[in-house]
Design a binder for this molecule. Structure first.
Ligand SMILES: CC(C)(COP(=O)(O)OP(=O)(O)OC[C@H]1O[C@@H](n2cnc3c(N)ncnc32)[C@H](O)[C@@H]1OP(=O)(O)O)[C@@H](O)C(=O)NCCC(=O)NCCS
Length: 189
């Protein structure tokens, strides 16, 4: 069952399980490792308990099994001011410089992937996206030099469209990182 995450011990658990999906830079020249992680998904950079706590706009939901969090979604409110290479001018007009919901993280523990938990979280979160001035939920996903195929496939399955690619920028331990921006129109009545 999807639930709102509030307490400190749940927040700590989320930080802990997020580490299990973290890219291991020491293995990045191993083709088999890269092939596997592109297929199962990964986070490029870690985050801390304070990052979670400091986000005052956060919407944080989780799924628990036997008292432990096995999947979570973290959404925040941002202004999108990234200098992307837009593949679609319509989206550039509607998203660049605008207030957006940002899908900061979504993660599922290894044993529970492919069972629809992330899709369930994404559906449940829609009832918390109540700011009617915000028209898009966006997600940026690792695209180069390593591609998060699991995340791109998951987002497209759930109605996100590819809208832009970032220029090559230094990011975390990459000096030539590119991300793909995907967006989904929020339909508020
Ligand atoms: C991406 C992630 C959140 C998906 O969670 P999940 O609970 O397995 O997702 P769901 O079961 O709801 O949906 C699975 C769908 O994702 C897509 N998908 C998953 N892996 C894929 C891949 N390697 N290539 C293409 N599409 C893929 C498929 O559409 C799949 O649907 P199907 O099983 O009907 O084919 C999960 O893989 C994960 O936690 N990865 C590690 C962290 C991560 O990458 N987070 C996103 C960073 S932005």
């Amino acid at each position: 069952m999807v639930m709102k995450i509030i307490g400190d011990s749940d927040l700590k658990q989320i930080v802990e399980i997020s580490k299990l999906n973290l890219l291991d830079f020491s293995k990045i020249s191993d083709v088999n490792y890269v092939e596997n992680i592109e297929r199962t998904g990964f986070f490029v950079a870690p985050y801390t308990l304070d990052d979670l706590k400091d986000d005052k706009n956060k919407i944080l939901l989780g799924v628990k099994k036997d008292g432990k969090i096995v999947a979570y979604i973290w959404i925040s409110v941002d202004i999108d001011n990234h200098k992307y290479n837009w593949c679609n001018q319509k989206f550039e007009k509607e998203i660049f410089g605008q207030k957006i919901y940002n899908l900061k993280r979504i993660g599922v523990v290894k044993e529970k992937k492919g069972q629809g938990l992330a899709s369930e979280l994404l559906k449940s979160v829609s009832e918390y996206l109540v700011d009617k001035s915000i028209k898009y939920l966006i997600a940026s996903v690792a695209y180069s030099p390593i591609k998060n195929l699991a995340s791109i496939g998951f987002l497209e399955k759930n109605g996100f469209k590819k809208v832009a690619i970032s220029p090559e920028v230094p990011h975390y331990k990459f000096d030539n990182y590119q991300c793909l921006l995907l967006a989904k129109r929020i339909n508020l009545n």
